[in-house]
Every structure is written in structure tokens, then in C-alpha cells.
Design a protein around this ligand. Structure first.
Ligand SMILES: C[S@@+](CC[C@H](N)C(=O)[O-])C[C@H]1O[C@@H](n2cnc3c(N)ncnc32)[C@H](O)[C@@H]1O
Length: 275
């Protein structure tokens, strides 16, 4: 059995290398004042993979490029907190001003960039079903992507706990979810069929999509990125959004000065010019 050296600031070897790798590879920044949080998160990876110390971890992740360990570090370093109907005011604006414009489109294409476990994508599918009827789900494609493989697996299962569904009304719960265990609910099959989830790193640009999206949600992710990465991400999203399409960001993220090429519409919502 490997003897594990506890990860503390007294054992710095490998820490900066891993922190820099996370920043360069994933855009996830841990400033000095968050170093302890990163150490705690890396300690979980150390335990799960029985690694001697951070130097050993850095050697495998950075030099040897061990893919399974790289994924584990990316997952451990990311904050996946999300829930259904997050930032309801913005969603209300999407429902009243954006979705009606798409009412007669043969295909509705939405990207939930940094989807975490899928609550944002499923919320949008429910909103579409409520607004246009369940038939509209057949012409709806909602893509959810995330850098954390375990959350993508969770999204694909579509099973949620009471805590994640706190903001789902009793009526919507009854109509869109089926109990599948103690305090666990699975979302309806037609909602799941409208949503596809894939692992994807937002730092890998340009984005590999051939068909543009009408709406891109990029919420509660930009604040992990430094300024150049924020600007590059918002630009790369611009390239995969159709003319006149929308970008939805979080109202808690200050993105105003990043949005060249986007016209501000309302809090959290911007629109791409028509040409
Ligand atoms: C706080 S969650 C946001 C979920 C959802 N968009 C919301 O607003 O509730 C942030 C997500 O971004 C993902 N993430 C972090 N860096 C990423 C990157 N470089 N590429 C793709 N996803 C990333 C994390 O794994 C995490 O699931």
C-alpha cells in the first residue's frame, strides 16, 4: 500500500505545477487566497488514486499526461453547483422575449455551455414544453457540455434529488418527474430526448459545431476564467451563434465590457447583430 503524504502548504512540490496546468488547460483559476480549497480538492484525488504526494500527481498529470487522472483533477477542481430554474428573472425574460421569436422555427437549437449535471438544459426543455406544447420537444435540440465527466454522466441519467428541485413547483414536479427512489426523481423521457450531453472543454476553441445555435447559455462559469479567457470564450460563442441569436450570462457575473459584438438587451441577456 502507498504511503500518502498529507497535502499541506508545508509540502509545496507539485502544487504550483498543477495549479498552472488547471489554469492553462481548463481556464480554472485558483488565486492565492483559494489555495487551501484547491489542496482539499486535490487531496480527494490523491486518496482516490492512491498517489504518494502532489509531486507524484503533477508528474502523472502534467508530464505523463495520464488521461484518467487529468479528468479526475479537472472534476475535483470544478464547482458543479447548479439547480433547476436558477435566476428565474432571466429565465422569465427568455420565456417572454426570446422563445416566442423561435416559435415557428423548424429546429430550436440551444447550447448550455458548462451545463454541470443538466438542470439548466432540462429547465429550458420544460420551459419550451410549457410554452409551445410537448410536440415542440421533437424539434428542439439542447446541447449541454461540461469539463467534468461525472456531471455529464449524471445529466445523462436525468435523476435528481429534492435539493436540486427546490425551485420546481409541485405542479411541474408532478407532470415532468417520476419518483425513482427515496427523494429521487427522474425527468420525463421526452424532455431527456430533447437534451444531449457531452464532455467538452471551453478552452478548446474554436468550438467544433457545424450548425449555429439560436441561444447560448454561459452562466456561472466565466468568473473562473481570467480576463483573456473570458474574452476569448465570449468571442468563440459569438462565432457559433446565428445572426440575431442570444447569449445568456449570469446576472452575478460582470461581463459588460467583454461583450464586443454583442448588444446588451437586458440583465444577463445580449444579442448578436444581424450581420
Ligand atoms: C457552477 S457550474 C454552472 C452550471 C450552470 N451553467 C448554472 O449556471 O447553474 C460551472 C460548471 O462549469 C464547468 N467548467 C469549469 N471549467 C470548464 C471548462 N474549461 N470547460 C467546460 N466546463 C467547465 C464545471 O465543471 C461546472 O460544472
Amino acid at each position: 500500500m502507498t504511503l500518502l503524504t498529507p497535502i499541506t502548504s508545508a509540502q509545496p512540490a507539485g502544487f504550483d505545477e498543477l495549479r498552472n496546468w488547471l489554469s492553462a488547460r481548463c481556464g480554472i483559476h485558483y488565486p492565492e487566497n483559494k489555495s487551501d480549497l484547491l489542496r482539499q480538492r486535490l487531496a480527494r484525488v490523491q486518496m482516490a488514486h492512491q498517489l504518494r504526494d502532489l509531486k507524484d500527481m503533477a508528474q502523472r498529470v502534467v508530464q505523463a499526461q495520464q488521461h484518467d487522472l487529468q479528468l479526475a483533477v479537472m472534476h475535483a477542481a470544478s464547482t458543479n453547483h447548479t439547480y433547476f430554474f436558477r435566476e428565474r428573472d432571466v429565465l422569465d425574460a427568455v420565456r417572454t422575449t426570446i422563445l416566442p421569436v423561435l416559435a415557428n422555427r423548424p429546429e430550436i437549437r440551444i447550447w448550455s455551455a458548462a451545463s454541470s449535471s443538466g438542470e439548466e438544459a432540462f429547465t429550458l426543455a420544460i420551459m419550451i414544453a410549457e410554452l409551445f406544447g410537448a410536440e415542440a420537444l421533437k424539434r428542439t435540440t439542447i446541447l449541454g457540455t461540461d469539463i467534468s465527466a461525472p456531471v455529464i454522466e449524471r445529466a445523462e441519467k436525468g435523476v435528481f434529488s429534492d435539493r436540486q428541485m427546490e425551485h420546481v413547483s409541485a405542479d411541474l414536479r408532478r407532470r415532468y418527474f417520476a419518483p425513482v427512489g427515496l427523494g429521487q426523481y427522474q425527468i420525463r423521457q421526452d424532455i431527456r430526448n430533447a437534451c444531449t450531453f457531452r464532455w467538452m472543454n471551453l478552452k478548446a476553441q474554436p468550438f467544433p459545431f457545424t450548425k449555429p445555435f439560436q441561444i447560448v447559455f454561459c452562466r456561472n462559469i466565466l468568473y473562473y476564467f481570467d480576463r483573456p479567457d473570458q474574452i476569448a470564450t465570449v468571442r468563440a460563442i459569438h462565432d457559433v451563434t446565428e445572426p440575431g441569436g442570444w447569449l445568456v450570462t449570469s446576472v452575478t457575473e460582470n461581463v459588460r465590457d467583454l461583450l464586443s459584438g454583442w448588444q446588451p438587451v437586458s440583465s444577463g441577456i445580449s444579442r448578436k447583430g444581424v450581420r
